[in-house]
Design a protein around this ligand. Structure first.
Ligand SMILES: [Zn+2]
Ligand SMILES: [Zn+2]
Length: 190
């Protein structure tokens, strides 16, 4: 068994949602690994069973306040930190469809904190609201589903110490990106 697979199993058991979870839309049980829809009115994720996924996949273009979160994970090139003034090491940028503006978030002990964003050209490739451009000074630039960012924020939050997060928070971030690389390999065989 490869290290990658071991790590992936560990993720399923500890960091994902509990197996007893139910679909937030219809109440049916959902497996530990399931997809999410984003409730745009409150910017919160809702767990979705297979039937509800299909429903929201088809109605996504027709409006309503739910959006199915895509599964694309992609490493992107061409990003430089040169223009980024903020003293942050890990941020994610989201295109907000309502304001038609980019919003920057960074993990903190209080969860995701919003900050002033710049209109990065890479954001043109990111689906508004449900995907993010995730940037880390050590681990590069990625396009990820927004639920990955929520998961990262949760991991970091539980291990934050001091003003900057400390080594434990960085360790969680490194672990998250190792898992992300595994998942990316798995989903896009080259
Ligand atoms: Zn459902
Ligand atoms: Zn869930």
């Amino acid at each position: 068994m490869t290290g990658g697979r071991l790590r992936r199993l560990a993720v399923r058991r500890t960091d994902d949602d509990t197996p007893r979870e139910r679909c937030d839309l219809c109440g049916d049980p959902v497996p530990a690994e399931h997809r999410h829809v984003l409730d745009l009115t409150v910017r919160e994720l809702r767990c979705a069973c297979r039937a509800c996924q299909v429903l929201f996949d088809h109605t996504a273009a027709g409006g309503g306040h739910y959006r199915l979160v895509p599964r694309r994970r992609e490493r992107v090139t061409g990003f430089t930190w040169a223009g980024v003034g903020a003293p942050v090491r890990t941020v994610f940028l989201v295109r907000d469809s309502e304001s038609d503006r980019p919003v920057m978030y960074y993990p903190s002990p209080a969860g995701a904190v919003a900050g002033p964003a710049w209109d990065d050209p890479l954001l043109a490739r990111v689906t508004p609201d449900v995907e993010a451009l995730l940037l880390d000074r050590d681990h590069g630039a990625w396009i990820v589903p927004i639920d990955d960012c929520y998961r990262l924020v949760g991991m970091v939050r539980a291990h934050w110490h001091g003003l900057t997060g400390g080594p434990e928070a960085r360790e969680q971030i490194a672990r998250f990106f190792a898992e992300l690389a595994d998942l990316t390999e798995e989903r896009s065989p080259a």
